[in-house]
Design a protein around this ligand. Structure first.
Ligand SMILES: [Zn+2]
Length: 491
């Protein structure tokens, strides 16, 4: 009877909590926990993954496990149905076919063109994803690269894999240390102070909880946001990473020579799990906090540029913004990338004065150009017809290729897309095509969000000594046409 009465009380309280939810839900701070589940050598790491997966399930919440294809394969081979079942209570994501076995993605994409890199990433990383899908029965919710082995070409391949989110922590591309769009994919790639981890001592847990409270408060002040927390199951049980002891500095021993990394003592392992559990409980109990998996994150950041047409006023704002800087444009509640801005301007100019002219413009997505043209004109004056035809041709190419061309042909002359964009912006800002149009020069300011090649960028211990990728980072900068901040959905 007492038990029944207490259930009534709990039920009433639950109703009360949910009925007040709209007030607290107005400003949530989302927290995403993710585990790079990659060590396919140390079998103790299998048990660590299971223990962490159950830790979340026991609290009625989920983490995201980014699993390496080879790891999924060995779990099955070792008969670890218990580990697979525990992981499946959480969100399943992808972390490459073989992780640190050379060549890793940056190594094999380094000197490839855009299209070659997309094909090669698909060829090498497709098999691991198929293993993952077979073992867990779902597609991956997101991808993140092994270590620092990032490549721009991965994005087009991931879109074709039907993976909508890139979730990791690296400095290759960054927009204000917050979520952003790049190549048509949502990225949680560099969150600055919103990346929080705890060490294994009680003092470190205390500091991490205090940092969580500080950042949580700051994000509430920003109108909500997301905190990223990541670990590797193997780091709870090892003293050294499995790949560091086998594949560091380009080493690539055959499977028969792979070494087991040294493991922690049972007491040290318990300390690590205990510390993490205390940190997790602090967050789970924190008010105005909601744990989300990678599978839920895309719905938090809808891209409103595609959900409803752009208006004439939007296009006018883009034209004026491009006059100052060729980059993404904040239209208030939705943000257009430089590529989307260019296509909106082209549509406006192509359709002006025609029977199909409308007040609304629906955009088609386009990747940035595959290459930078080496031969182009930098000046000249062009007729309204030539500008209009070039605008329509640009739209036709994008419609056919889902990619911006490297060159826009205007009256038979090769023009850089940057120059064409600011030329169109001037046309639209000044009221439309009313006479001959002088070509203007533009530079893609959004490129500043993509890192320059440097030794520091490739500091991952697995890379061969002195690894650099200047060509690949130039390919990456061409995709800066698609960069823009992601806007959190308002309740
Ligand atoms: Zn990893």
């Amino acid at each position: 009877m007492r038990r029944l009465w207490s259930r009534v009380v709990v039920l009433s309280l639950t109703v009360l909590v949910f009925s007040t939810c709209p007030l607290t839900a107005a400003l949530p701070v989302y927290v995403t926990f993710w585990f790079d589940t990659e060590d396919f050598i140390l079998s103790e790491a299998d048990d660590a993954a299971m223990r962490l997966a159950e830790m979340f399930a026991a609290r009625g919440v989920q983490a995201t496990f980014k699993i390496v294809g080879e790891k999924a394969r060995v779990l099955e081979e070792r008969g670890r149905d218990d580990v697979i079942a525990a992981l499946a209570k959480n969100d399943i994501a992808y972390h490459s076919t073989d992780h640190s076995v050379h060549p890793t993605p940056s190594e094999y994409c380094r000197d490839l063109t855009w299209h070659e890199g997309v094909s090669e990433f698909t060829r090498r990383e497709g098999p691991g994803l198929r293993t993952l899908r077979k073992v867990f029965g779902v597609n991956a919710s997101c991808y993140g690269q092994p270590g620092g082995s990032w490549t721009p070409q991965s994005y087009a391949a991931l879109r074709a894999f039907d993976i909508p989110l890139y979730l990791d922590e690296t400095s290759h591309v960054n927009v204000n240390d917050r979520p952003f769009w790049y190549c048509g994919m949502l990225n949680i790639l560099r969150l600055g102070d919103a990346v929080i981890r705890t060490g294994w001592t009680d003092e470190e847990v205390k500091q991490a909880c205090e940092k969580f409270d500080r950042v949580h408060k700051k994000l509430l002040g920003e109108g909500g946001g997301i905190i990223s927390i990541y670990y590797h199951p193997c780091e709870f049980v090892h003293r050294e990473f499995w790949d560091g002891v086998n594949f560091a500095r380009g080493a690539n021993p055959p499977r028969s020579q792979w070494k087991r990394p040294p493991v922690k003592s049972p007491q040290e392992q318990e300390q690590a799990f205990g510390a993490f559990e205390a940190f997790l409980d602090h967050i789970v109990r924190h008010p105005d906090t909601r744990l989300v998996t990678a599978r839920e994150i895309p719905s938090l950041y809808p891209d409103r540029v595609y959900s409803r047409p752009l208006t004439r006023r939007d296009v006018q704002m883009i034209a004026e913004a491009f006059g100052k800087e060729l980059s993404y444009v904040d239209l208030g509640g939705k943000i257009a990338s430089a590529a989307e801005g260019l296509l909106a301007l082209a549509e406006t100019v192509a359709k002006a004065d025609s029977s199909s002219a409308t007040d609304e413009i629906s955009l088609e997505f386009a990747c940035g150009p595959a290459s930078a043209t080496q031969r182009f004109v930098t000046e000249g004056t062009y007729s309204p017809t030539a500008i209009r035809e070039a605008s329509q041709e640009l739209l036709d190419i994008v419609h056919q290729n889902t990619q911006m061309p490297s060159v826009v042909w205007v009256a038979g002359k090769p023009v850089r897309p940057e120059d064409f964009a600011v030329t169109l912006a001037h046309v639209v800002a000044s009221g439309g095509l009313s006479g001959d149009v002088p070509l203007r020069r533009g530079e893609l300011a959004a490129k500043k969000h993509v890192a320059d090649d440097s030794a520091r960028l490739w500091g991952w211990v697995i890379f061969p000594e002195g690894f650099r990728a200047p060509h690949m980072m130039e390919v990456a900068k061409l995709q800066a046409w698609t960069i823009k901040p992601a806007v959190l959905r308002r309740p």
